[in-house]
Design a protein. Structure first.
Length: 357
C-alpha cells in the first residue's frame, strides 16, 4: 500500500514538473517572437524545408473533369533559430507541442490543387518543436487535384498525376524545399480503391525562373495509377458484343412461313437503341477530348455493323415485296439451277425409299 502511494505521488510530481517545464520553455522562446518574419538571424541564411508523405489513399477519379481525389498526410519540417533552449535548464525537456498558429510557417502550396479539406481545423493542429529549433508539422487532408487524362486505351489505361509543391513567395535564396523520403527509401503506404490501384509514387525536383528573375524550386510527385478493367469488360464489352451478335443472327435468320421481315428490322432498331445507350454511358465517363477511347471505337464499330445489317434487311424487304407485287420472273439461270436441285432431291428421295424397302 505504501509503495503504491509513493509511486503515485512520484508520478504526479513528475507530471507537474514536466508541465511546469513546458510552460517555462513556452514563455522563454515565445517572448518577443515574431511569426511573420522568416526565423533566421542572418538574412543570407537559407531555410531548408523538408517535405514528406506518410500515406496516400485514392478516394475517386473523375475522368470527365480530369481530377483525382485522395486522402494524404504530408509533413513539413525546418529549423527556427529563435525557438531553441537548453534541455538541462528545463528538467531535460527536449520537445514541446504548441498550436501551429503560433509559429512561422513556410508558404509551400500544392500549385495545381483544385480543393483541399483539412481533416483537423487549423486552430487544433499542433506543431512539434525540438530543443534545437526543429519545427515539424503534419497536415492530414482530403485533396482534389488536377490530373490530365490520356484516354486512348480506356478501359486499359494507366494515368500519371503530377502533384506539385512549391513556395508561393520565397525564392531559393530564402526557402529551399527538399524531398524527405521514408526511412525505407520507398513509399509503402499507398492504397487504391475498387476501380484504381496505385502503381508507383516517385518524387522529382525541378528549378524554374520567374519573370522577376528569381529562381524557385518545385517538388513534384508522380502518382501513377492503373484502372481495374474487369468491371467494364463485364458490364460494357461483353453485353455489347452479345447484343450485336443477336442483332445479326436475328436479322439474317431464315424467313418465316409468311416471309415477313418487319420484326427483324424492329429487332435491329431496338439493338441500335441499346448500343447507343451504352455509347452514351462511355461518353459520360470520358473527358471531352479530341480522341475517342479504345472502348468507344469498339462500341461505334458494333453500332456501324448493326446499322449496315438493318439497311441490308430493309433493302431485302423492299425487293421481296416488289417481287411479289410485280410478279417478277426469275432469271433463266436461276430456274435452271432450281430444276437441277429439284431433280437431285427427287433422286435422293427415291433412293431412300428403295433402301427402306
Amino acid at each position: 500500500m505504501h509503495v503504491w502511494t509513493i509511486f503515485t505521488i512520484s508520478l504526479l510530481v513528475t507530471v507537474q514538473r514536466a508541465a511546469a517545464s513546458e510552460l517555462a520553455i513556452h514563455d522563454k522562446i515565445f517572448k518577443d517572437y515574431q511569426k511573420n518574419v522568416r526565423p533566421v538571424k542572418d538574412p543570407n541564411t537559407i531555410t531548408t524545408v523538408k517535405v514528406g508523405f506518410y500515406y496516400i489513399l485514392i478516394l475517386g477519379v473523375n475522368a470527365a473533369q480530369e481530377s483525382v481525389q485522395f486522402s494524404m498526410d504530408f509533413s513539413q519540417s525546418w529549423k527556427d533559430e529563435y525557438l531553441t533552449w537548453d534541455p538541462a535548464e528545463f528538467n531535460g525537456t527536449q520537445t514541446i507541442r504548441v498550436p501551429e498558429l503560433l509559429v512561422w510557417m513556410p508558404d509551400i502550396v500544392m500549385t495545381e490543387s483544385l480543393s483541399m479539406s483539412l481533416l483537423l481545423p487549423e486552430e487544433k493542429r499542433k506543431a512539434k518543436i525540438d530543443y534545437d529549433g526543429t519545427v515539424s508539422l503534419w497536415s492530414p487532408a482530403v485533396i482534389t487535384h488536377y490530373c490530365k487524362m490520356k484516354i486512348d486505351n480506356f478501359p486499359y489505361d494507366i494515368q500519371t498525376c503530377i502533384i506539385w509543391f512549391a513556395p508561393w513567395a520565397y525564392p531559393t535564396t530564402q526557402v529551399l524545399p527538399v524531398i524527405e523520403l521514408p526511412p525505407s527509401g520507398e513509399y509503402d503506404d499507398l492504397q487504391g480503391n475498387s476501380e484504381w490501384e496505385i502503381v508507383s509514387f516517385l518524387p522529382h525536383e525541378r528549378y524554374s525562373k520567374s519573370s522577376d528573375g528569381n529562381t524557385y524550386k518545385e517538388l513534384n510527385f508522380a502518382l501513377t495509377i492503373k484502372r481495374n478493367y474487369v468491371y467494364y469488360i463485364a458490364v460494357l464489352v461483353i453485353p455489347t458484343f452479345v447484343i450485336t451478335t443477336l442483332c445479326l443472327l436475328g436479322i439474317f435468320s431464315p424467313f418465316n412461313n409468311k416471309a415477313d421481315r418487319e420484326e427483324k428490322v424492329s429487332l435491329g432498331l431496338t439493338t441500335l437503341l441499346t448500343i447507343a445507350v451504352i455509347l452514351d454511358i462511355v461518353a459520360k465517363e470520358m473527358p471531352k477530348a479530341s480522341k475517342l477511347p479504345l472502348l468507344g471505337y469498339f462500341v461505334l464499330a458494333e453500332l456501324l455493323i448493326c446499322t449496315i445489317a438493318i439497311l441490308l434487311s430493309t433493302v431485302i424487304i423492299f425487293l421481296h415485296e416488289r417481287a411479289l407485287l410485280s410478279k417478277w420472273i426469275a432469271p433463266a439461270w436461276h430456274n435452271r439451277n432450281s430444276r437441277q436441285k429439284n431433280v437431285m432431291n427427287n433422286i435422293k428421295d427415291a433412293d431412300a425409299d428403295v433402301g427402306s424397302v
